[in-house]
Every structure is written in C-alpha cells, then in structure tokens.
Design a protein around this ligand. Structure first.
Ligand SMILES: Cc1cc2nc3c(=O)[nH]c(=O)nc-3n(C[C@H](O)[C@H](O)[C@H](O)COP(=O)(O)OP(=O)(O)OC[C@H]3O[C@@H](n4cnc5c(N)ncnc54)[C@H](O)[C@@H]3O)c2cc1C
Length: 383
C-alpha cells in the first residue's frame, strides 16, 4: 500500500520546527549573514527542542524520527536560514551520523548520546588542501604507537571546525594500502595537539563556520577508532550517502522559501498597470519553480523512506543531492529575475538566498562527483 502522508508525529515535528524558524531563526538571518556569526543561543534553543538529535533513535538520546523526520526538520530550518541549517547539518548529518552508523555501543553511549542531546557539537573532517574530490589522496596520517595512534596533519574547509567538541577525523594508517589504508577516529577538541584555524570568509552561508584543523602529535586512544582500522573510507562514504539526502532537504526548504517570496512579489509589484504575476513570462517561471520543487520533494522523501527501511540507496541519495542542488540554484536565479533590481539588493532576502544556494553544488561531493557515483551504479546494474 502506498501512503505519502506524514504521520501525526511528523506533522507535529514540522509545526514545532516551523514555529522555531519563524520566531527564532528567520528574523535574524540577515544579521547572521552580515555579522558572519551564528548566535550560539540559536543552537542552544535548537538543542532544547531536541533538534540536534532528531534523526537518531531514542536509546541514544535522539528523537527517534529517522531520516524522514530529519529531512522535515532541515527543510523547515533552511526556509529561514541556510547558515543555521548547515551548522546543524555538519553536526547531525555528518559528525554524529558517522558515529551512529559506524560506532560501537560504547562510543555511541559516550559520544553519540551527548551529541544527540545537544550537549556537544560535532564536525566531520575529511577534506584536505590537496585532497578534495579525491579524498583518498589525503596526507594526514596516524601511527600506531602501541597504546594510541599519533595523529599528524591538517584538514581544510571543515564545517563547525572551531566550535565542535567532537570531530570525526580521517587519516592514513597504512600508505601501502590505498583506500584500505584509511582509518577514521573520534577526536575531542580539548586534547593536546588539536588546533582550529579562523573561520573562512565566504560567499554564502556566512554564519556557518568553516575552518582549517591542525593535528600535531595528537594522541588518539585506540578505543576511539571509529569502525575498524583500514575501514575509514567506507565510514566516510556510508555517512555521505545518508548526509546527501538531508542536504537535498535543506535545498528544498530554501527553494520553497524563494518560490513563496517570488509569488508574493509577483502579486504585489505592478508594471504596465498590472501585477507582474499577470505576465505570462513570470507565470512560466513560477510554474517551472513549482514543478522542480515537486520533483525534488518527491525523490527526497522517497529516498529518506528507503534509508529508514534499510534499503541501500547510494545511487538515489546522489541523485537527490544532484537534483536538489541544481534546482535550488536555478530557482535562486529565477527568483532574482522575478524580483528585478530589488532582488539584487542586500535589503531583500533573495540576494542572500542566491549566494547561499551556490555552495550546495560543491560540498558533500561536487555535482561532478555525484554524476560519477550515479554513472558507476547505472553501469554496474546494466552489466
Ligand atoms: C562551505 C564549505 C563547507 C565544507 N564543509 C566540509 C566539512 O564539514 N567536512 C569536509 O570534509 N569537507 C568540507 N568541505 C569540503 C568540500 O567537501 C570540498 O570542497 C568538495 O569535496 C570539493 O573538493 P575541492 O574543493 O578540493 O574541489 P576539487 O576536488 O579540487 O574540484 C575542483 C573541480 O574539479 C572537478 N573534479 C574533480 N575531480 C573530478 C573528476 N574525477 N571528474 C570530474 N570533475 C572532477 C570538481 O567537480 C570541481 O568542479 C566544505 C566545503 C565548503 C566550500
């Protein structure tokens, strides 16, 4: 039986998230962008509402809403502020998610529980200055010294890098084994040898902090190996497979916000003696935006359902990422066109939403990499 309706609990979550966004997030979005700083009380309030662990089971301090609930949450928050959504995403979709998917019971109780309860914040450190799309070419390395692993190297462009308490770090443990020589570790920011750089100056999502990380003879206890030695690349890919769906949901939220703003503007703005909404050119743009949103929404919630039902969906999650991120950029462009000169001015939200949209085609694997993931799977299944 097909049932596309949200449950009462999911609807309740959406209402709470919408109220939070309307009252606590959207009114501050322009200021967050201008000051390049997300007030920590927004994160504290999100934590109090249980939003930092919505996706995880209750036994680990989470909300038990699974991927569908999490997509509902991020969609709502991204309607109000992409910087806030990305900060939550770096924590919940990436850092904490890696521990949930690949951690042992002890690690889940020690780290995932306080992360899900919003007592600690997480980050996920894969990218390096010379290892972006080709993440496996990383240089950060960890040497087994008997009791611990000694970690040295640096990471770049890490979301929440300077505010996270717990960071999932990927490092080479055996250079002779290629991707099978990478291991992931749970690292605490208070340990000796850890240092975060200054937040980067960015085009969009300026309230979300993106920093370098440096590790100098940092001793990681062996119990903090995430997964098994040599399995780190798998940990990264499994996490990204899930994270790409919620990133797509963020893009969906932002797309819906821009469509709403465009409809309002098209009805209010008069030229040639009538609202521009009466011009067919504007109507066609609105129709295209609505169609793309419907397509995006359909694949996101279908794929979130697959995750919640343990159905493998690497190809589908890459498709969600590809479609939703291309869509949000197209919608941002049309929204600005509908707003005319006003849309280009800082005073109006479209200018910020347009800048915020662009990064989505770059992070969590560029869209060219998503094409590769999809093509590989397509070719595999037709052999
Ligand atoms: C704001 C922001 C936040 C980020 N947060 C995080 C984070 O929290 N954790 C983390 O680990 N990383 C993070 N990143 C890093 C991000 O994941 C990388 O920027 C991304 O994977 C691309 O790597 P790169 O920037 O080195 O680009 P490159 O890999 O140098 O790519 C440059 C161009 O070449 C193309 N290209 C590369 N290889 C191929 C190929 N084989 N075929 C076709 N085209 C190719 C790419 O698609 C791209 O167009 C963040 C980045 C940004 C901008």
């Amino acid at each position: 039986m097909l049932d596309f309706t949200f449950t009462e609990e999911q609807k309740m979550l959406r209402d709470v998230a919408r109220k939070f966004t309307d009252n606590e997030v959207r009114p501050f979005a322009a200021e967050i962008d201008e000051k390049e700083e997300l007030p920590f009380d927004i994160i504290t309030k999100a934590a109090e509402l249980g939003f930092l662990g919505v996706v995880f089971p209750e036994q680990y301090g989470g909300g038990g809403f699974g991927e569908i609930g999490y997509c509902i949450l991020l969609e709502e928050i991204a309607r109000g502020c992409n910087s806030t959504a990305v900060t939550i995403g770096g924590h919940e979709s990436l850092g904490a998610m890696a521990i949930y998917l690949c951690g042992n019971e002890e690690q889940k109780q020690k780290y995932l529980r306080p992360l899900a309860e919003g007592k600690l914040l997480a980050a996920f450190a894969l990218t390096e200055p010379n290892a972006g799309s080709d993440a496996a070419s990383m240089k950060t390395f960890a040497v087994d010294n008997g009791k611990n692993f000694l970690l040295n190297g640096n990471k770049t462009f890490i979301t929440n890098g300077n505010i996270a308490d717990v960071i999932v770090v990927f490092a080479i443990t055996d250079a002779s084994k290629g991707v099978k020589g990478i291991t992931s570790f749970i690292v605490e920011n208070k340990w000796n040898g850890f240092r975060a750089g200054k937040p980067e100056k960015k085009m969009g999502i300026r309230g979300s902090h993106t920093t370098d990380l440096f590790f100098e003879n940092l001793e990681v206890p062996k119990e903090n190996i995430l997964g098994e030695v040599g399995n780190g690349f798998k940990v990264a890919m499994e996490t990204l497979d899930v994270a790409r769906v919620s990133l797509a949901a963020q893009c969906l939220g932002s797309s819906k916000e821009m469509l709403e703003l465009s409809i309002k503007h098209a009805n209010e703005r008069k030229q040639f003696g009538k609202p521009i909404a009466e011009q067919q050119a504007i109507q066609f743009m609105l129709a295209e935006m609505a169609s793309e949103i419907y397509q995006t929404e359909s694949i996101i919630y279908r794929t979130a359902w697959m995750i919640d039902n343990n159905i493998p969906c690497s190809r589908e999650s890459a498709i969600c990422k590809l479609v939703a991120t291309e869509t949000v950029c197209k919608i941002a462009d049309r929204a600005m066109q509908i707003h005319g000169g006003m849309g280009y001015m800082r005073e109006y939200p479209i200018e910020r939403l347009y800048r915020d949209a662009r990064v989505n085609r770059i992070f969590e694997g560029t869209n060219e990499i998503q094409h590769i993931v999809i093509a590989r799977d397509v070719l595999k299944s037709t052999k």
